[in-house]
Design a protein around this ligand. Structure first.
Ligand code: 13P
Ligand code: SF4
Length: 303
């Protein structure tokens, strides 16, 4: 048996022994996605984590995602498959900064992208993801919204609603570095392809796209579309499912630098170690967890 297959078998055995379920984000390495029990976007993963029977959830993704799982599952252990996997966007706002900002806009309600810490969620009215941001904002009982921390997603939402959206200046380094020039170049190379982008891209890039979608929405869109080739404006990990689930279609990235180092920190080795030593447990202090859960639950109630 090859080394990789041995490692996969070891993970399966350890998982059974621990009574764990493995969930993975669409940006994870292909071999990590393939060994997971469930793969999805942030919203699907949060919903899936409300339906877990297993005693332990092993999260292959970044810290805020595992933290959301922990917020929803106070009686289970949530292990992050690699301790250093953070999200620089989530780190762009602290709870103190949010408290200060809220004082400036006392009438506004805070809509918080899930790419944020539990402490920040605890200071927010409701969470949203890239899959449901517009719906969430429309259902918030306020005409004035403080949107944190991603300015590009907030800007995209502001174009789809009449509400007043006040933007916090955070951004994702992976999506924000994609430029209009690069998109035009990619379109020249693949004139037949449809451009699908994530709303974390810059507004001027979003303006050039046929569709603006979360990672799982992109996978569904490509499957359902009669078109056969697509230019993809998000992290490259999404290509694995796009190609696996659409073997007759072609997918191209805009640039060769669409990789999130934090998402790629998880490997089969770090996953095996995490389960074997039951390490990297993500814990949220109870007072913060309860407040953050209100914001997450409000989001999950939005249909
Ligand atoms: P999705 O919720 O669309 O999967 O996106 C998560 C993310 O981190 C985007 O960079
Ligand atoms: Fe965070 Fe961007 Fe990586 Fe998503 S792609 S996890 S937003 S740094």
């Amino acid at each position: 048996m090859g080394e990789i297959n041995q490692l996969k078998q070891k993970i399966e055995e350890l998982k059974k022994k621990l009574g764990a379920v493995i969930v993975a984000h669409n940006y994870q390495r292909p071999e990590v996605q393939d060994i997971a029990d469930f793969v999805g976007d942030s919203l699907e993963l949060a919903r899936r984590c409300t339906q877990v029977d297993a005693e332990v959830i092993v999260f292959c993704g970044v810290h805020f995602m595992a933290e959301t799982a922990a917020i929803l599952n106070p009686n289970r252990s949530v292990l992050l498959s690699e301790a250093r996997a953070g999200c620089p966007l989530a780190d762009m706002i602290t709870a103190d900064e949010l408290r200060e900002w809220k004082q400036k806009y006392p009438e506004a309600k805070v809509v918080c992208y899930v790419n944020s810490s539990a402490e920040v969620k605890a200071e927010s009215y409701i969470c949203c993801t890239s899959a449901n941001g517009v719906k969430v904002v429309e259902q918030v009982p306020s005409q004035e919204i403080l949107f944190i921390p991603d300015r590009n997603l907030g800007h995209y939402i502001s174009k789809k609603t009449k509400k007043k959206i006040i933007l916090y200046p955070g951004f994702c380094i992976v999506h924000n570095r994609i430029t209009v020039e690069q998109v035009k170049e990619a379109k020249k190379l693949h004139p037949e392809a449809e451009l699908l982008v994530h709303p974390e891209c810059r507004p001027e890039v979003v303006d050039l796209a046929s569709a603006v979608l979360s990672t799982s929405q992109m996978i569904r869109y490509a499957k359902e579309s009669p078109r056969t080739s697509f230019i993809i404006g998000t992290e490259e990990g999404v290509l694995h499912r796009l190609r696996k689930e659409n073997p007759d279609k072609s997918f191209y990235l805009i640039t060769d630098s669409q990789s999130c180092v934090n998402m790629k920190r998880t490997t089969l080795n770090t996953l095996a170690e995490t389960i074997q030593f039951r390490q990297n447990e993500v814990r949220v202090p109870e007072e913060i967890r309860v407040k953050a859960k209100e914001a997450v639950d409000r989001m999950l109630a939005v249909k």
